[in-house]
Ligand binder design. Sequence first.
Ligand SMILES: O=C(O)C/C(=C\C=C(/O)C(=O)O)C(=O)O
Length: 126
Amino acid sequence: MPHFIVEYTDNLNEDLDLHRFLQQVNETIIAQGCFPTGGIRSRAIKLEDYVVADGSCEDDTFIHAKLKIGQGRSEAEKQKVSDEIFALMTDYFADVFAKHPFALSFELEEFQRTTYKKNNIHARYK
Ligand SMILES: O=C(O)C/C(=C\C=C(/O)C(=O)O)C(=O)O
């Protein structure tokens, strides 16, 4: 299951349309052609308890996203999906960057062990 998980600080709440962002993330992942559409699960998690830097600025904000995938993709495939997702994030959150003290980051992580899975959504995309 490619899992896309984005965490965001709650002081960004009013500035974000995360459903539209997650839709675009899924479209980006599907367009790669190497991830099963029925396995893609994206979600956003609002952070209420966090500290940025030395904690002196309550207006500090951040967004961190992670794409978790199974093993087997080439380095080129992993680099391409990472580059495209971070480009989307940079573009999508450009207004946030202009308006707030803001840290944006992304990582790709591979599951180190086989995941346990049972998923009947795949049948829809066969
Ligand atoms: O292999 C994995 O665990 C991740 C994965 C796909 C998973 C599913 O399709 C699923 O859970 O149904 C992947 O393509 O990276």
